[in-house]
Design a protein around this ligand. Structure first.
Ligand code: SAH
Length: 218
């Protein structure tokens, strides 16, 4: 399989589906998604679909990864310079982490399943990403040590955005999170206007695995 050709085709498909930012399309073109999926699914790596990664979890659909990244990097005062620290909840296999790493100084990513966190670490090393820090921890509690982030992205759905995440967001920062249950979810974009003031925008409807509490070593 010619992965580079397949990636080029995928970027064209995402562009037709509405991804406009050339930087995001370039990131999709540069990051080898096939390195993040299980060998069984290699041939489907560049189809625009989510795929199983074991532990009843999935690698997100490329369109959704691209869309969420686009929302985080566009249209704010940070637009012209790369973001500083970005927090991701739900590392999974590390694909979204690798995409985000191109747009910020460092990605901090939390995963509740130890085996996935370890696998993501291997995957990220394999593709040459080094500006990240992974932790095996429950993301609903936020980053375990006091820290503020320019942007926060959740890649698992929850009924309500955890308060701790809102606190750990810098003023003028953006948080994007799928909100809802197993049947109906939409992306919620929060922009922090001041310490206690948030502007909410409801974006596309989506379908993510649920955000669960507690950490497990499967
Ligand atoms: N970011 C991934 C998507 C992984 S799927 C990608 O690039 O494809 C969502 C992940 O969120 C799963 O691995 C799941 O275990 C994890 N997750 C669910 N609840 C969590 C929580 N409370 N804290 C941290 N990770 C969580």
């Amino acid at each position: 399989m010619n992965f580079e050709f397949a990636r080029k085709e995928l970027t064209k498909e995402l562009s037709q589906k509405g991804i406009k930012d050339p930087r995001v399309l370039e990131a999709i073109y540069q990051i080898p998604r096939h390195e993040f999926v299980d060998a069984t699914f290699t041939s489907r790596s560049y189809q625009d679909m989510s795929l199983p990664i074991g532990h009843q979890q999935t690698i997100s659909q490329p369109f959704v990864v691209a869309k969420m990244t686009e929302f985080l990097i566009q249209g704010n005062i940070l637009d012209q310079k790369p973001l500083g620290a970005v927090l991701e909840i739900g590392t999974g296999c590390g694909y979204q982490t690798a995409i985000l790493a191109r747009f910020c100084r460092k990605v901090f990513s939390l995963e509740r399943i130890e085996a996935l966190s370890l696998r993501a670490d291997n995957n990220l090393k394999k593709v040459g990403v080094d500006n990240y820090q992974l932790r095996w921890s429950d993301g609903t509690l936020g980053w375990p040590t006091p820290k503020k982030f320019d942007a926060i992205i959740c890649t698992a759905a929850i009924s309500q955005i955890p308060k701790k995440l809102k606190t750990q967001l810098e003023v003028h920062g953006k948080l994007i999170c799928p909100v809802g249950d197993g049947k109906k979810q939409y992306l919620l974009l929060l922009e922090k206007k001041s310490k206690d003031e948030f502007h909410e925008t409801i974006l596309d409807s989506v379908l993510f695995v649920p955000m669960l509490e507690g950490k497990v070593s499967e």
